[in-house]
Write a protein that binds this ligand. Structure first.
Ligand code: NAP
Ligand code: MG
Length: 403
């Protein structure tokens, strides 16, 4: 059997702990036997980030700009405990944050649906992909406490010194609290473009919602920018692709989401996305079955699992235990990236391989073979929990038959 050849390298970002172990297993068992893998490799493991003073993260992000498609392993975001555990020079920032800032991208999270794992909302037969605008609003707020008797105003000062003022509240009768938030047209535009690009890419409708009836300038600006960009750059392409852009109020959107069967992209303002992505992930069953794709406004893609490095399993692994850690989202990060690379470089065998591998994963689970987290929620009667390596071998048995 000839191995599949690649043209452009895929940017590969290695990571930490249990997911780093799984990363290697996936490559050895499911990829390297079939593909002459061509990657531009960056070791984003915490040790190497510390050794390179986090330069490696910046280099990796620059490589995504250059090559357009990346696959990333979960990485540790350092906190105080990690400072001592890894003897860090500095509390390095979250790699995902750094990469997102450089690519100016939007993160799309989608659940992987498998037979026997029933969502809490039984009508959700297709995935709901959540896109969270990751800039501004309360995440870059300024807050103050106001004492009784204080008057609080919003003041905008122009370059020439002229001021525009508006009273927020006159705290005559009680002390209170105030908050200043902002967003930028350029960031909202980038968010809208990423959403529309990804919708075309995955042939799904886009839903977007704000509270523009109450917030007539702030939220209304989001609505207007989305509408302008859609009309100007995407309307025709959407019509050709047979997909839609749909805008409504956030409370109406929530009601419709619950009644829907899924199969669309739900674009959310920052806070809505923070809250709703956790609801969606839980409702579909398992965090280990969530994929995540970072898409930049100019169409660069970085694929990863939504979960972290599964630290608790890693400590058990270090003690010699065979863990039953779920590799599905990490496998789908690879298949997402390889499929995209195959599409861009016109390598149909690579696209087909990605599909076969995804099918093999889902067949393994529907045959009742799965990791412990899935066995705990699967409704199948013949289910059997296996360790990660056995699970990957079972996937490979099914993959081999397809190829
Ligand atoms: P986590 O790694 O997502 O794991 C939390 C728990 O969820 C696990 O202990 C496990 O539960 C379950 N779980 C998650 N993924 C699983 C999988 N693939 N298979 C089976 N069970 C899975 O989150 P965390 O423990 O809060 O964070 C660990 C590290 O990951 C942190 O250093 C954090 O900074 C980092 N992190 C990275 C990313 C990223 O790179 N994108 C995202 C989030 C967190 P049980 O232990 O009950 O089995
Ligand atoms: Mg959240």
């Amino acid at each position: 059997m000839d191995k599949i050849m690649m043209k452009t390298p895929l940017v590969e970002m290695d990571g930490d702990e249990m997911t780093r172990i799984i990363w290697k297993m996936i490559k050895e068992i499911l990829l390297l036997p079939y593909i002459e893998l061509k990657t531009d490799y960056y070791d984003l493991g915490l040790e190497n980030r510390n050794a390179t003073s986090d330069e490696v993260t910046i280099q990796a992000a620059e490589a995504v700009k250059k090559y357009g498609v990346a696959v990333k392993c979960a990485t540790i975001t350092p906190n105080a405990a990690r400072m001592t555990e890894y003897d860090l020079k500095e509390m390095w920032k979250s790699p995902n944050g750094t990469i997102r800032a450089i690519l100016d991208g939007t993160v799309f999270r989608a659940p992987i649906l498998a037979f026997g794992i029933t969502p809490y909302i039984p009508t959700w037969t297709k995935p709901i992909t959540i896109a969270r605008h990751a800039y501004g609003d309360i995440y870059k707020n300024v807050e103050m406490s106001a004492s009784r008797g204080e008057k609080c105003e919003l003041v905008c000062t122009a370059k020439d010194g002229t001021e525009e003022r508006s009273v927020i509240y006159d705290f005559e009768d009680s002390a209170g609290i105030i908050q200043g938030i902002h967003n930028k047209d350029i960031s909202i535009e980038g968010f809208a473009k990423s959403c529309f690009h990804y919708a075309l890419d995955t042939k799904q409708d886009v839903w977007f919602a704000t509270k523009d009836t109450i917030s007539k300038k702030y939220d209304h600006r989001f609505k207007d920018i989305f509408a302008e960009i859609y009309e100007k750059d995407f309307k025709e392409k959407f019509e050709e692709a047979g997909i839609e852009y749909f805008y409504t109020l956030i409370d109406d959107a929530v009601a419709r989401v619950i009644r829907s069967s899924g199969g669309y992209i739900w674009a959310c303002k920052n806070y809505d996305g923070d809250v709703m992505s956790d609801m969606i992930a839980t409702a579909y069953g398992s965090l280990a079955m969530m994929t995540s794709v970072l898409v930049s406004p100019d169409g660069k893609y970085e694929y990863e699992a939504a979960h972290g490095t599964v630290q608790r399993h890693y400590y058990r692994y270090l003690e010699g235990e065979k863990t039953s850690t779920n590799p599905v989202a990490t496998i789908f990060a690879w298949t997402g990236a390889l499929r995209k690379r195959g599409e861009l470089d016109e390598i149909p065998e690579l696209v087909r391989f990605s599909e076969f591998l995804e099918e093999a994963v889902l067949e393994t689970i529907s045959d009742g073979v799965m990791t412990g987290d899935l066995a705990a929620i699967s409704v199948l009667e013949n289910k059997r929990a296996v360790d990660t390596e056995s699970f990957l071998q079972e996937i490979d048995d099914r993959l081999r038959k397809k190829i």
